[in-house]
Design a protein around this ligand. Structure first.
Ligand code: ADP
Length: 230
């Protein structure tokens, strides 16, 4: 067994890799935005949050913003066609950290329909429902009012969990304990990626290959899924 590599060194491998494409899932309030931004910086790739983008469009009262305003305010999902158009328009070439997609099985499948968009790894930040709700209440964004927040949490269970499970079945999912401080969660995310990479190394897949595409090989990830969703 070789020594555990330094996290940053290992992450440098990801950075060198051509285009890591990471989707971040998690209940509303799980910390996707915080972790997604940090990870994108680490990996030196673009960060895109569909929620942030929609809120911006709503604030400037663009046609798109006006079209989705009521749905977002009610905590309901925006139609998949619009979301995919947003993703296609705003994701450049190369790697990304995508926060907020997929939210449904249909969105997950659609991402994989386009080779340039297909994620190479998915991270679910796991927090218990009551913790998520408490964080949303504290945050107090427009769509965080208790009834709307409850609606969004319920939608996560009914719509998004099947998408996350689908990613897991494809061997792409890392689950990370999100019920910690942001710094600790960030370390968990990095270690999880590191662990996946290490498993790939141990199964003697070459490093060049190991970076992301090999994560298709679920054997590399099974042991990385340490945290079960409640
Ligand atoms: P959170 O994860 O805290 O619920 P987001 O900022 O990711 O917040 O999303 C806010 C809102 O934007 C969602 O409740 C939904 O109305 C809309 N939205 C964002 N991403 C999607 C998506 N992929 N599909 C449908 N609606 C979305």
């Amino acid at each position: 067994m070789r020594a555990k590599p330094d996290v940053d060194l290992t992450i440098a491998n990801y950075r060198r890799a051509s285009a890591p494409k990471v989707v971040i899932a998690g209940r509303p309030g799980a910390g996707k935005g915080t972790q997604g931004t940090r990870l994108a910086q680490r990996l030196n790739v673009q960060y895109l949050s569909t929620g942030d983008l929609l809120r911006h469009e709503i604030a400037v009262e663009s046609a798109l913003g006006n079209a989705v305003n009521r749905l977002v305010a009610a905590g309901r999902l925006v139609p998949t066609g619009l979301i995919l158009a947003i993703v296609e328009t705003n994701l450049g070439e190369g790697g990304y950290v995508l926060d907020g997609v997929p939210r449904t099985l249909a969105q997950a499948e659609a991402l994989f329909d386009q080779e340039t968009l297909a994620p190479t790894v998915a991270i679910e930040i796991v927090v218990p429902a009551h913790v998520a709700l408490a964080r949303l209440t504290e945050r107090g964004r427009g769509d965080d009012a208790p009834i709307v927040a409850g609606e969004r949490l319920a939608t996560y269970e009914t719509e998004t969990v099947p998408a996350v499970d689908w990613l897991e079945r494809r061997g792409l999912l890392l689950r990370v304990d999100g019920h910690q401080s942001p710094d600790v969660v960030e370390q968990n995310v990095l270690r999880s990626l590191e662990y996946a990479l290490q498993r790939c190394d141990e199964s003697s897949v070459s490093n060049a290959q190991a970076i992301m595409p090999v994560l298709d090989n679920s054997a590399c990830l099974v042991a990385g899924s340490e945290y079960a969703r409640e």
